[in-house]
Write a protein that binds this ligand. Sequence first.
Ligand code: GDP
Length: 455
Amino acid sequence: MIQNDTIVAQVTHPGKSSVGILRISGVNAKTVAIEVLGAIPKPRFATYAKFFNKNKKVLDHGISLWFPSPFSFTGEDTLELQGHGNPLIIDLLIRRILSIKNIRLAKPGEFCERAFLNGKIDLVQAEAIDDLINSETESMAKASLNSLEGNFSYFIQDLVEILTQFRVEIESSIDFTEEEINFNFDDIVYSNFRKLDDKFLKIKKIITDKSIIRETKKIIIVGPPNAGKSSLLNILSSSNRAIVTNIPGTTRDLLYEYVNINGFLCEIIDTAGFHNTKDEVEKIGIIRAWNTLKKCEHVLFVIDKTINFEDQKRISNDFIKKINSYDNSIRITFVLNKNDLLQDDFGIKKIGDFYFISISALTGQGINTLKKHLIKTEKNKEKEGLFAARRRHVHQIDLSYFEFLKAKKDWLKYNNIEFLAESLSLMNKLIGEITGSFSSNDLLNRIFSTFCIGK
Ligand code: GDP
């Protein structure tokens, strides 16, 4: 799928550096080469060249690289110009290139998008490029590289293969009557169910044991009104994002803040708390908080430490009970706030499976201990991943597996080939969205727009 317009962008980091690289991709890359360099460079050779303006004056000089279609990253004709990394020179060169007909600036992620659209990489690999560039740890970089080399896509393709084979067998029999099908159909269905079940469980296990999810960790702050939740968000984010008052119910909806804790980026969400209330707006806020909590990795449950110890115990036990009925994989840390009003130590204690950290969101005491605890529990430091997965991939696999379980149940109940064919087609679509074989434009726009320009 060759695009009509040609795009240009700086692929190196903007700012001063010894070398600045521009990439031009599309049908008019040839014209750019002729106009700016005076000739098309020899394919895949580093060629020294002068970069000319319209009046044949030299703007800069450096290395030019020519990758004719389809042997380029995007699959299109691609020219790369490596000049001096001065933003003024780079800007002059970009403007010079943009003055040529049908050339425009690339949108974020557009080179990767074209590589995907031209079948050079699948969606998982495109995302792996983004993950590799943004990796914060060595193991994350290794895992992203593995995904880029197709390790994750391989597992998905394997699943799609079984699914496709199953669909062929099912759909080809739809037009026949029961008498015409002279083989034991139930056997075929159940043997395929077993194969799919096996594959799904394997992939789910691999994702749990061997994948690293790069996306920002989500940490949610909950607890009774006035315990100091908003004060905690403010001190963790070093801002006055949340309004702090001694009036219960001040925070009625969710507040999101990206926080960099000693180099570890996470998203912290402040909530209205989970108390009973008659206030309709607060009620909606509480429902939203529960729904958001299910998507978080870590809960900071804030308790006012100045209240009676028995009440503290009751509040924390109630919360543990409630959360266990939702999801017991989420980590919980109890933050005992307002310790400045007591004579107690600011420290961390482990009771059973849970950590209790005494802090003062007002004075900042104990905050460093809390930060260190969050980094220790949330950073994927030790994990050696086989590949980098995204939450999007895990979600699609879960949806598809859910549809599979439904298909099995329906088959047992109705023995209906059309129902089964429909379910299999839906599963195929859901899985296909991972690698991009079924992705809507909307999804693609969402994914590629998070990349930066030049990728
Ligand atoms: P939220 O309702 O749980 O979000 O609680 P807020 O953060 O709004 O705080 C409620 C009240 O407690 C405010 O008056 C805060 O100034 C006060 N507060 C919060 N944290 C502390 C703390 O560590 N020590 C003391 N002394 N007061 C605090």
